[in-house]
Design a protein around this ligand. Structure first.
Ligand SMILES: NC(=O)c1ccc[n+]([C@@H]2O[C@H](COP(=O)([O-])OP(=O)(O)OC[C@H]3O[C@@H](n4cnc5c(N)ncnc54)[C@H](OP(=O)(O)O)[C@@H]3O)[C@@H](O)[C@H]2O)c1
Length: 343
């Protein structure tokens, strides 16, 4: 059995990860850690935990984590995570970082978008960007896997087939993305109070969201050209899920049939991406609590626009589920191990 630890286990992604790993047939959780002097009871955060489970959340102790783990998941906030990951460097562990700290290849982007100078630029190069549908081969050999952000996962999967095949104009993209409030984590923030979120709906950080450079980096890599896009995130008055509606303009002469065919070909063999039938578009209910990304595509010959709707659960395919998928790839396990399936 592979020994796994989760650092930052009391947060939303940490608990979701524990939930998935507890069902995984090939791994055993050894440490769940918190900064708190008196960490909360695991059963209170994870109500379905078995009465007999000996697992508990412990005060963070790096020595114990190092001694007791083959794979370490960091579910810490940005910058805290980098510090922890650097302490693990060259300790011969597989590290999967759910924060943004190793996602961007260009260190200058950290200063621009996160207001922070990256402390170990060399590691940025060797980290694999953990989006299996695009970087599976890199993930297979990586010691450090930078798990993608939630908005980037939904957006990139909704655009990659179109850009890889050169079917849309690279400066025509607009992404209208909506997220449930768990996307912002568990910390206290005035704008996330019930009175602000409930029965409300708003756009925020228009073209200023920190996930934009990540989306641009990957899409430009896929397209082999610099991508320009507008990105408008919205906060939904619900707990989990991201639904991105993506608009782009077809290149002259591209037929609607070709657009659909590109999605079907790109994701035919992908275990966690489902392309909907023509005229069918995903809802959040279809993906909540699953590791699926569901995609609906609209295109017509007589209209130059393409519309793609891409939906994920931000805590699963947008975070902890994708982290387990990455671990499975890295360790050569079946990619679906840990996710119950209906055959
Ligand atoms: N939420 C999402 O949908 C999502 C999706 C993709 C990626 N991510 C990324 O995944 C990471 C974890 O996200 P999350 O949503 O699980 O966050 P969260 O709910 O706020 O949890 C973060 C955990 O880290 C621990 N921690 C340690 N040092 C901390 C510090 N200085 N300040 C605050 N917390 C600290 C906290 O546990 P203790 O207080 O018990 O120590 C906390 O429970 C973040 O980097 C986030 O950007 C989140």
């Amino acid at each position: 059995m592979i020994r796994c630890s989760i650092v930052g286990a009391t947060g939303y992604t940490g608990i979701e990860l524990a939930r998935i790993l507890l069902r995984h047939p090939r791994v055993r959780i050894t440490h769940l850690t918190s900064r708190q002097e008196e960490p909360p009871e695991l059963g209170k955060l994870l109500p379905e935990l078995s009465k007999k489970s000996p697992l508990k959340i412990e005060k963070f102790d790096i020595r114990k984590v190092l001694e007791g783990s083959d794979v370490v998941f960091s579910c810490l906030p940005h910058t805290e995570s980098a510090e922890f990951v650097l302490a693990l460097a060259s300790k011969n562990k597989i590290v999967i970082d759910l924060s943004a700290d190793f996602r961007l290849k260009d260190p200058k982007l950290y200063k621009t978008w996160y207001g922070w100078k990256h402390p170990r630029q060399a590691l940025l190069k060797s980290a694999a960007y953990g989006l299996p549908e695009i970087y599976r081969e890199e993930i297979q050999g990586a010691s450090l896997i930078a798990n993608p952000g939630c908005y980037p996962t939904a957006t990139i999967l909704g655009l990659a087939p179109l850009l890889a095949e050169g079917l849309i104009e690279t400066d025509s993209i607009a992404v209208d993305a909506k997220s449930g409030f768990s996307g912002a984590g568990k910390k206290l923030k005035a704008e996330l109070l019930t009175g602000e979120v409930n029965e409300n709906f708003k756009a925020y950080k228009i073209n200023q969201h920190q996930h934009m450079p990540e989306i641009q980096m990957v899409l430009s890599d896929v397209a082999k050209a610099k991508i320009q896009f507008a990105f408008v995130p919205h906060l939904l008055p619900l707990e989990r899920g991201i639904l991105a509606t993506i608009y782009a303009r077809k290149k002259a002469g591209v037929k609607a049939k070709k657009i659909r065919a590109a999605f079907l070909a790109a994701y035919e063999k992908e275990p966690f991406v489902r392309v909907r039938k023509e005229g069918d578009f995903p809802s959040l209910h279809a993906v909540q609590n699953t590791n699926f990304c569901d995609i609906g595509v609209w295109a017509e010959d007589k209209n130059s626009r393409v519309v793609v709707v891409s939906a994920i659960d931000n805590l699963v395919k947008g975070a902890s589920g994708q982290a387990v998928q990455n671990m499975n790839i890295r360790l050569g396990f079946p990619e679906q191990a840990g996710f119950e399936r209906l055959e």
